[in-house]
Design a protein around this ligand. Structure first.
Ligand code: NAD
Length: 497
């Protein structure tokens, strides 16, 4: 059985880890590797190593850092297919989707290559007679990046390129479900010339996460995952005095207005609900059909969804792969089973789907639940699978009120041909990322990504300017070079003169 070790100080190591977790091939439903789970001494070893490296890396020049970043960018680009294959093999998503996630990660890396521009400070000449003021940013120290299974390349790359570009060192704790892509990234960093200890990968579970959040040498924690764990991480890390951004789960709604092009809306809602088997934090999991459009919309989405080719991710013909584990599959099937007795109408049932040659794979077919009401568990919970709930509303006001009453606020979209309705929608919804006729409005790297309400705990979102702000601390220097006679001491509070 292939064993996946940690990557600490430039080499793969088991450290003192003994416990392991299985890594599955979700398409075949068989274990393909085991990954080590760190204990507290392993956390100490990784953090100590990153802390030693910080002393040198934080003093490296901007041009040194930029050279390493550009080399890493070239290497990630050259190994894009290899990375996508590694993602697909353990996550299960189809190769085209895996390539897309590496590409979106690359975009953050390209943003980070502009770090000399991003770290420019401000300067005010002559704020008082003979006095100048300037500000600049310094790195924090060792940053822990704790990431979910659903984007094993993109989500870590929302974080570490910017953290490292800013002069920090990193301990990445990827998901134990699909740990291999992180190891590939570590090798590529090494080839790019990143000094040992600047980027470390520590595999693990709750033990590692809690120890990282409380570790005295960790300066900041970037977390992405489900809301209960995001809330816990925020609590642990902020109680230990760390800077923390913890992105949580989601229930993303799409409103379909009667003036929308129904087929266009159905095509995009289907892609956003069932792409990556619905295992995206920006997946559309609830559609609100407004007024008379509902029946035609449900029929059109069902027609789209029925045509989706479900199969192993590695098969170029597949459009949707399996879900991550057997437990996830059973959990999702349980939601579908309980939906009908709760009052929903099953418009498309993905249970019992069998993919020939992959009978033990963790497959669930696209599922559409119509006539869903806000008090049903399929609406309240984040299912994180290929299940679309359709709700019906009489007006845009009712639809917006539903979105605003939901505890999550990650992404949302509206389908309409009315500029007035679109403007009202984006101004009134209490959600962080909004699409107008765009179903998955993931911001580009030079904007910041993050939701509202239970989808983000902490002040700052990831990447873009907020990412640079998160991984640095600002200083403001007030400076005077005194003349031989300077007027003597003054005891009033400093004011400009
Ligand atoms: P998860 O919360 O189970 O795991 C995330 C990380 O936390 C992993 O590294 C995992 O090892 C660790 N972890 C798991 N249980 C823990 C515990 N009890 N204590 C401490 N650490 C623990 O999430 P997941 O299932 O890997 O990923 C799916 C979730 O992530 C979904 O809820 C999805 O919406 C969310 N997500 C959110 C975003 C976003 O940007 N808001 C992006 C991607 C995924």
């Amino acid at each position: 059985m292939r064993r996946i070790e940690h990557f600490i100080g430039g080499k793969a190591t088991a450290a003192s880890s003994r416990r392991t977790s299985p890594v599955f091939d979700p398409a075949l439903g068989v274990q393909q590797a085991e990954v080590l789970l760190a204990e507290e001494p392993d956390v100490d070893a990784a953090v100590d190593c990153a802390a030693d490296a910080f002393a040198r890396w934080s003093e490296s020049s901007l041009s040194t850092r930029t050279k390493v970043l550009f080399s890493f960018r070239e290497l990630v680009n050259a190994h894009l297919d290899e990375l996508a294959t590694a993602v697909s093999a353990e996550h299960g998503k189809v190769l085209s989707d895996a390539r897309g996630e590496v590409q979106r990660g690359l975009e953050v890396l390209e943003f980070a290559c502009g770090i000399p521009q991003l770290l420019k400070g401000q300067y005010s000449d002559q704020v008082s007679t003979g006095v100048d003021v300037f500000s600049y940013r310094q790195p924090l120290g060792v940053v822990a990046c704790i990431t979910p299974f659903n984007f094993p390349v993109m989500v870590p790359m929302w974080m570490f390129p910017i953290a490292i570009a800013c002069g920090n060192t990193v301990v990445l704790k990827p998901s134990e479900r699909d740990p291999s892509p992180s190891m590939l990234l570590a090798e590529l960093w090494q080839k790019a010339g990143l000094p040992e200890g600047v980027f470390n990968v520590l595999h693990g579970d709750k033990v590692a996460v809690e120890a990282l959040c409380r570790h005295e040498k960790i300066a900041a924690v970037s977390f992405v995952g489900s809301t209960p764990i995001a809330r816990a991480v925020y609590g642990w890390a902020s109680a230990a005095g760390k800077r923390v951004q913890a992105l949580g789960g989601a229930k993303n709604h799409a409103i379909v207005l009667p003036d929308a092009a129904t087929d266009y809306a159905a095509m995009h809602v289907s892609a956003a609900a069932f792409g990556s088997a619905g295992e995206r934090c920006m997946a559309i999991s609830a559609a609100i059909a407004v007024g008379p459009v509902a029946d035609a919309f449900v029929d059109a989405v069902a027609e789209q969804a029925r045509a989706i080719r479900v199969g192993p991710g590695r098969d170029q013909a597949s459009e949707m792969g399996p879900v991550i584990t057997m437990e996830a599959r059973d959990r999702i099937v349980g939601y579908i089973e309980r939906a009908k007795p709760a009052g929903a109408k099953v418009a498309l049932d993905g249970r019992g789907l069998v993919v020939p040659g992959h009978e033990d794979g963790f497959f669930v077919g696209p599922t559409i639940l119509d006539q869903v009401a806000p008090d049903m568990e399929v609406y309240r919970d984040e299912i994180f699978g290929p299940v679309l709930s359709v709700l019906r509303a009489d007006s845009i006001d009712e639809a917006i009120a539903l979105i605003n009453a939901n505890p999550y606020g990650n992404g949302t979209a509206i389908f309409t041909s009315s500029g007035e309705a679109a403007r009202r929608f984006h101004r009134e919804v209490r959600v962080g990322m909004i699409g107008v006729n765009v179903p998955i409005p993931v911001p580009m790297a030079y904007y910041s990504f993050g939701g509202w309400k239970d989808s983000l705990f902490g002040e700052r979102r990831v990447h873009g300017e907020e990412g640079v702000g998160f991984y640095t601390r600002q200083k403001v220097v007030t400076e005077r070079w005194p003349q031989p006679i300077d007027g003597g001491a003054s005891y009033h509070f400093p004011t400009a003169e």
